[in-house]
Write a protein of this length. Structure first.
Length: 201
């Protein structure tokens, strides 16, 4: 165990984080390759949304993430919602928020949206400074104190809301050959018989 890993373990223990949460954090940090603040907050968000949705461990869920920074990784590690299995959509709106929902055959289904609430950051100066990209925040000097504050804050900096999520049914598609490169691509991605890679744009 590295010095940093030992420090993080001590912090999780001091804040009495559950064994399940600790496992989530360890797996996500390994996947992400370092304990980014947004990653750690994302773990709390996934855990909170899953609980509010009443989902069971291993249950198939779908996710929408409103930022490409850090937050998608806990969704992939903990819930196995990935871009490749079509259960994760990343819409880069710049908001640190995510929505979870169950599969549905209806046009819309109920989801749980979790987000960092700026008004709740007042009691957590380091998180506020980091989150607002304040020039006074010193990443090198304050990284570990920030992690400790995140573990202590947990869900306290988060707010939730019920939302309606539009369900996109799986579409059937046909394959066509690009007139230029000769490779096969879905026909809806061909423009006048030419794929995006060979097109003028």
């Amino acid at each position: 165990m590295t010095t940093q890993e030992h420090e993080i373990q001590s912090m999780m223990d001091s804040h009495t984080l559950s064994p399940v949460l600790q496992d989530y954090f360890k797996r996500c940090i390994e996947f992400h390759t370092y304990p980014a603040p947004g990653l750690l907050i994302g773990v709390f968000m996934v855990d909170y949304a899953t609980e509010l949705l009443g989902a069971s461990p291993g249950e198939k869920l779908y996710a929408v993430c409103e930022t490409h920074k850090c937050a998608p990784d806990p969704l992939q590690v903990i819930l196995h919602c990935t871009y490749g299995n079509h259960r994760l959509r990343v819409i880069p709106m710049g908001r640190f928020a995510m929505t979870l929902n169950r599969p549905s055959t209806d046009s819309y289904t109920q989801g749980i949206r979790v987000f960092i609430d700026p008004e709740k950051l007042e009691n957590y100066p380091l998180i506020k400074s980091w989150f607002s990209n304040d020039p006074s925040f010193n990443q090198k000097a304050q990284a570990m104190p920030l992690i400790d504050e995140i573990f202590g804050a947990g869900r306290d900096i988060l707010s939730t809301e019920k939302v309606l999520v539009k369900v996109t049914p799986k579409q059937k598609w046909k394959s066509g050959k690009c007139h230029v490169c000769g490779e096969m691509v879905p026909t809806d991605l061909l423009k006048e018989g030419i794929c995006i890679g060979c097109g003028p744009d």
